[in-house]
Unconditional design. Structure first.
Length: 344
C-alpha cells in the first residue's frame, strides 16, 4: 500500500528523472526536496513503490526510474498543469493569427505546438462528415476542363480539376453552376453524395447532361475525401534527437508517422477526462505497435464536432507542460474556428 508520502516520492522521482535523464536515488531526493525525513526512510518508500511496480531499477545498485504504470499514476493523480507563460501564449497567438485557410491554420497549429514542447505534434482535422455544403463554384480552365470548388460550413475548402467530355461556353458554365448549386447547397456531405449518385444513375436526357455527369463524378469522389479522417503532423525530426530516450527502436514511430492510420485510430480512441485532456502512455499503446511512446492530447471544438491536438514522444516526457501546451493550443484553435464560423 503506497502512502501519501510515497506518492510524493513518486512525484519527485518522475520530475527529477524527466529533468536530469538520470535514475533517481534516495540521497538526491533528500537533497533536492523538502521531505524532512532521512534517506533511509525515503529508501523504504521507494521499496514500496517498487513493490507496486511504479518504479524500477534499470541497473543493479542504481537509482530508480518510473515505469509506465508509475507515469500513469503521476498523470492521473499527481501532475499539476502549469499555466503557459505570457511569452508562450503570445507566441501561440502570433503564430496562429490570420491564417489563409483551414489547411494553413492546421499546419501552423502543429508547428507552434512542436516548438513549445520539442515533441512530434499531431492534430486531427475537424470532421467534415457532418458538414454541409455552403457554396459550389465552377471556374473554366479551358473549353473542356473545369475547376470545381466546394466549401463547407466546417471550414473545408476543396478544389478539383474536372475534365469534360464536351466543350462548354460561359452560358453552359452558368447553367451547370445553377443546377449543381440547387442540387447540393445546404446539403450534408453524405446527403449531397447520395443526390449525385441518384443523378448518375439516371439516363442522360439533355445535351448538357454529359458535362453535368462528368462534374458529378468528380464531386462524388471529392466528397468521399471529406468523410475521411485526416491528420497533420510536425516535428518528426525530434525523434532522432531524442532516440536515446526510447528503450527500443524508434522505427515503429516513424512508420506510424508515415502511414497516419495507426495514429488516427489511437488518437480517436484515447479517453479524455472532464477537462478534455487525454494521455496514452507506453505499454498502453502496444496494441497499436507504439509501446515505446506516449501521446498526450486535448480536445478542441469545431463547428462539426470535436477533434484532438496533441504531441507524441518518449514515455520520459514532461507530461504537465505538454498537456498544458496542448490545452492552450486547443483552446486557441477552438476560438479561431468559432470566429471563422461567426464571420460567415
Amino acid at each position: 500500500m503506497v502512502t501519501e508520502r510515497g506518492l510524493q516520492v513518486l512525484r519527485a522521482i518522475v520530475q527529477d528523472y524527466v529533468e536530469t535523464h538520470e535514475p533517481v536515488g534516495s540521497r538526491s531526493i533528500v537533497d533536492r526536496h523538502s521531505f524532512g525525513v532521512s534517506a533511509a526512510t525515503i529508501r523504504n518508500d521507494m521499496a514500496l513503490l517498487e513493490d507496486e511496480e511504479l518504479i524500477t531499477a534499470p541497473h543493479t545498485s542504481s537509482g530508480r526510474v518510473p515505469t509506465d504504470k508509475g507515469y500513469r499514476v503521476f498523470v492521473n493523480h499527481l501532475a499539476q498543469l502549469r499555466p503557459l507563460s505570457t511569452a508562450q501564449r503570445t507566441a501561440i497567438e502570433s503564430f496562429l493569427a490570420a491564417p489563409s485557410d483551414l489547411d494553413d491554420l492546421m499546419v501552423r497549429t502543429v508547428r507552434v505546438l512542436t516548438q513549445l514542447t520539442g515533441q512530434v505534434a499531431l492534430a486531427q482535422y475537424p470532421s467534415f462528415a457532418r458538414a454541409h455544403l455552403t457554396h459550389i463554384e465552377l471556374v473554366p480552365l479551358a473549353p473542356s476542363r473545369m475547376l470545381v470548388v466546394l466549401v463547407t460550413d466546417a471550414g473545408g475548402v476543396s478544389q478539383r480539376m474536372a475534365p469534360l467530355p464536351i466543350e462548354i461556353d460561359e452560358g453552359d458554365t452558368i447553367m451547370l453552376r445553377a443546377r449543381l448549386s440547387a442540387l447540393l447547397t445546404g446539403q450534408a456531405v453524405s446527403d449531397a453524395a447520395e443526390r449525385l449518385q441518384t443523378l448518375l444513375a439516371t439516363p442522360e436526357a439533355a445535351p448538357g447532361d454529359a458535362a453535368l455527369r462528368a462534374l458529378a463524378t468528380v464531386i462524388v469522389d471529392e466528397l468521399g475525401t471529406f468523410r475521411q479522417e485526416r491528420l497533420v503532423m510536425a516535428g518528426a525530426a525530434t525523434l532522432a534527437r531524442r532516440e536515446q530516450d526510447f528503450r527500443g527502436s524508434i522505427h515503429p514511430l516513424l512508420e506510424a508517422i508515415e502511414e497516419q492510420v495507426t495514429l488516427l485510430r489511437l488518437m480517436s480512441e484515447m479517453v479524455t477526462d472532464e477537462h478534455g485532456l487525454a494521455a496514452s502512455i507506453g505499454t498502453e499503446n502496444a496494441p497499436f505497435g507504439l509501446g515505446e511512446a506516449s501521446i498526450v492530447a486535448s480536445n478542441y471544438a469545431a463547428p462539426s464536432g470535436t477533434a484532438r491536438v496533441g504531441v507524441m514522444g518518449p514515455t520520459r516526457m514532461d507530461y504537465p507542460s505538454n498537456l498544458a501546451a496542448a490545452r492552450a493550443v486547443a483552446r486557441y484553435l477552438t476560438r479561431m474556428l468559432d470566429e471563422d464560423e461567426t464571420s460567415r
